[in-house]
Write a protein that binds this ligand. Structure first.
Ligand code: CTP
Length: 399
């Protein structure tokens, strides 16, 4: 997972939104990151360092003392150890100091001393945010490569509505993941991911579908996004929330998915087909709802196009194989038949695996016949494993 074992400096400044930083620290810590919180003197007026100490399980650096903390020359050691520095919330004041290179507190010293990427999540009154000086300062920081997240619009502490609310915790964490992911093999790559289960209409109200939740494909899209890829998610109906920060094309039938994939793949580096595509569809779609009769009903079905086999060009192709028996044998046959680089096979009858589950136990097989049986993992962890292999294949293609 992108955040585990990462060292994150979370800078908290004196904004009403400082309490929201506790949730950010908590989520980062739960995801396995080491969170070193640095608070400005003003921030301590809003939230006690004790809160962050308890949440992160690590010393908190404040402006007041800290000779007792584990950081020797703090701004230097904190800055050097950081994989990323995130200032959330960032006041107009701290933004101005950073833009001017003023290092009169521990947080600004750390930001100036670090070589890690820096995220700034502004939070302030709408008028302060819209002020030309603040805007110019933010532009300066952007030009230096800082990533600015938010602010959002909504209720502000002044009692007015406006632009200046701290970005949502999930957006800040997504951005941190994306920034950490840059350079892990997929930066600048174009990846097309399919997900969900196609629905093949029988009549105006009925369809033939399957139990796909979309979770595996969506996890792949998110993980590829976090590694810096530009991602197109082509999704059939799914029950999972669509990820932010990726392009999304929604389709219904196998035919529509086929057309969307054919349009998207020229120029793409990889196609990952996690969608559960119907193999058959009704030979005729009836315009009128089928009426019940005593005689029963026989539906005539025809084959849908095989999307993976239809995609041409030098693109890395990854398929999934949902099997209920002879997992490796069947998956190897599919890999051959569809001309794939990689196939991810899962036993849909295994507990906690496959359709609808949050976890998956998969076996990854490549063209050379290497078989890698992975333990039960979260779908996100499976996605990371698959993308490690995709990154290897893409790096191999470049050599
Ligand atoms: N797939 C596809 N086009 C289809 C059907 C499936 O591109 N019309 C893709 C799936 O997205 C998956 C892979 O092919 O990545 C294997 O799908 P699966 O349904 O397991 O394979 P089938 O070829 O349909 O074989 P079978 O159903 O007989 O096991």
């Amino acid at each position: 997972m992108m955040l585990s074992n990462k060292t994150i400096v979370l800078g908290v400044t004196g904004s009403i939104a400082a309490y929201k930083a506790a949730e950010i620290a908590s989520q980062l810590t739960q995801a396995g990151a080491r969170v070193n919180v640095v608070m400005t003197r003003e921030a301590v007026e809003f939230v006690s360092p004790v809160t962050f100490r308890a949440i992160s399980g690590r010393p908190v650096v404040t402006e007041m003392f800290d000779l007792a903390s584990e950081y020797s020359i703090e701004h230097v050691s904190l800055a050097a150890a950081a994989d990323i520095v995130a200032v959330a919330p960032a006041t107009a004041n701290v933004i101005a100091k950073l833009a001017a290179g003023i290092a009169d507190d521990m947080l600004c010293c750390t930001v100036l001393a670090t070589r890690a990427p820096v995220l700034i999540a502004p939070a302030m009154e709408a008028r302060m945010y819209m002020n030309q000086v603040t805007q110019e300062n933010l532009e300066k920081l952007k030009a230096r490569g800082f990533v600015i997240v938010g602010p959002g619009a909504g209720w502000l502490a002044s009692g007015k509505e406006g632009l200046g609310r701290l970005a949502d915790t999930s957006d800040i964490i997504d951005s941190i993941c994306q920034m950490l992911g840059k350079g892990s093999g997929l930066a600048g790559k174009r990846i097309v991911v399919t997900a969900g289960g196609t629905q093949e209409p029988v009549d105006p109200v009925r369809y033939i579908g399957n139990r796909s939740s979309g979770k595996m494909g969506y996890a792949l899209a998110e993980a590829a996004r976090d590694r810096g890829a530009s991602v197109l998610l082509i999704t059939a109906p799914a029950t999972t929330t669509e990820p932010a920060g990726v392009d999304v094309t929604r389709v219904g039938t196998a035919q529509e998915m086929c057309e969307a994939v054919e349009n998207a793949t020229p120029g793409a580096d990889a196609l990952i087909m996690a969608a559960a595509v119907a193999d058959y569809r009704p030979a005729r779609k009836l315009e009128e709802k089928i009426k019940k009769t005593e005689a029963g009903l026989t539906l005539e079905l025809e084959c849908t196009p095989d999307i993976l086999s239809a995609v041409r060009g030098s693109i890395v192709r990854v398929g999934f194989a949902a099997e209920s028996s002879n997992l490796v044998e069947n998956a190897k046959e599919k890999l051959q038949r569809k001309g794939l680089d990689l196939i991810v096979a899962n036993d849909v009858t295994a507990p906690d695996s496959g359709f609808g589950a949050d976890t998956n136990r998969v076996t990854v097989i490549d063209r050379e016949g290497r078989v890698d049986s992975l333990p039960l993992l979260s779908k996100r962890q499976v996605a990371e494993k698959v993308l490690d292999r995709v990154a290897e294949l893409l790096a191999g293609a470049e050599r």
